[in-house]
Write a protein that binds this ligand. Sequence first.
Ligand SMILES: *Cc1c(COP(=O)(O)O)cnc(C)c1O
Length: 227
Amino acid sequence: MFEPLERTHQRIREAAVACGRDPKTVRLVAVSKTVPAEHIRPAIEGGVEILGENYIQEAGDKIEQLTDADVSWHFIGHLQSNKAKFAVRWFDMIHTVDSVKLAREINKQAAKHDKVQNILIQVNIGMEDAKSGASEADTISLIREISPFENISVKGLMTIPPFFDAPEKVRPYFKALVALRDKIAAENIPNISMEELSMGMSGDFETAICEGATLVRIGTAIFGERQ
Ligand SMILES: *Cc1c(COP(=O)(O)O)cnc(C)c1O
C-alpha cells in the first residue's frame, strides 16, 4: 500500500460523489516528473494506471526502466516539434498540443508508426503571456485544421489555469474550459471528440472534479514536494 496514493484516490472519490459524479469517470494521472523510477514503482504497485511526464529525455529514461510495468504514459509538458517523434513513440496521450505545426509533426510521426495518436488541445484559459496553449478564441479554428489529420485523434481539452493559493479562485477558469468544451462539442467536427477534460492539480483537483474534469494531473500530493 502506498499511503499518499490511497489518500489521493479517496479524495478523488469523495470529490466526485460530493458533486454528484460517478468516481469512475475521473482518472488519475500521477505526475512523476523529477521522481526516479525506483520511487515510481511503489505507486504502480499501489494501483496507478497512468503516469504523467513533462520532459522527453527524462521520461524516456524512466519508461525504459519501467517497461515491465503495465501503465499508460501521458505527456503533459511543453512539446517541441523536433521531439514529437519521441512523444509519439512513448505516450498514449499528449495533453499539450497548441499549434497546427506541432499537430502536423505528430501526425507525420504517428503515420510512420501506424499509430493514431490521442491528443488533447491545451488552452491558455487565463490568457497568460508566459503560458503555452491556444487562446480560447483560436481553439476552434485550430481544431478544425487538425480534424483532417488521419493519424491524430483529438480527445478533448487541457488547461493549466493561473496559479492561486485558493482553489475557489481557480473555479472560473475551470468553468470557462467546460463552456469552451461544450461549444466545440456542439459543432460536431469530424474526428473530434470532447470526452476528456484534463484539469486540476494537487492544489485544486477537487474543484476541477466538481466542474467536470475527467483527467486530474496530480504530482505533489502523491510523490511529495519536488526539489
Ligand atoms: C507538475 C505538473 C502537474 C502536477 O502538479 P502538482 O501541483 O505537483 O500536483 C500537473 N500538470 C502539469 C502540466 C504539471 O507540469
